[in-house]
Write a protein that binds this ligand. Structure first.
Ligand code: 5GP
Ligand code: MG
Length: 177
């Protein structure tokens, strides 16, 4: 399947499954060498990161914990504008070495907000691990410690990423044609 159609849009294959999995193995080696003695707590951001998280965790052969969270945004009152909230973080992270797992970083605003929220609990460290990063789209200064692929600003779908709720189940990553 080199091209797919979702609703009104066509997408071409961009990063195939074997390339994704090979890169994840390399990321896992880097994470292992840096984190294996630190009892890390991985915090994965739903929904998009579910597939990346699953494949990455299978490559980690040391003791670690995993928690799934959601960062929701909703339109607040006109005075407050966009309000974000973190859901599902039901364990203390004080003193922990936290690694945030994300599918893709675009403006960086979501992870900047999440980082600030987590920081309030005084973890020992917070590092960001994202499968995909759009460096040219970043609007804030964000230190992404573990990166799978740097990509251009094109819209991507598949491997957890959706277009209008669809396409998360695709095993390859596709780019808007
Ligand atoms: P940010 O706050 O960094 O701008 O947004 C990150 C979120 O935007 C990602 O977790 C993802 O949900 C969404 N996003 C950014 N770029 C893409 C893309 O190319 N495709 C899809 N499907 N979602 C994207
Ligand atoms: Mg995401």
């Amino acid at each position: 399947m080199n091209s797919i159609q979702i609703k009104d849009k066509s997408f071409d294959i961009f990063i195939n499954e074997s390339k994704i999995l090979a890169r994840i193995k390399e990321m896992a080696m880097q994470i292992t060498s840096e984190m294996k003695d630190k009892n890390p707590l991985f915090i994965a951001v739903l929904n998009g990161s579910f597939m990346f998280t699953s494949d990455l965790m299978k490559e980690l052969n040391f003791l670690c914990e995993l928690q799934f969270i959601k960062v929701s945004s909703y339109a607040g009152t006109q005075s407050t504008g966009k309000v974000q909230e973190v859901f599902g973080l039901n364990q203390p992270i004080a003193g922990r070495n936290v690694v945030i797992l994300e599918d893709i970083i675009d403006s960086g605003l979501t992870l900047q907000f999440l980082g600030q929220e987590l920081q309030k609990q005084n973890p020992a460290s917070i590092q960001i691990c994202s499968l995909l990063l759009k460096p040219d789209a970043l609007k804030v200064n964000l230190d992404v410690h573990f990166v799978g692929f740097e990509v251009s600003n094109e819209f991507l779908v598949g491997y957890g990423l959706d277009y209008d709720g669809l396409g998360r189940n695709l095993k390859h990553i596709y780019q808007l044609a």
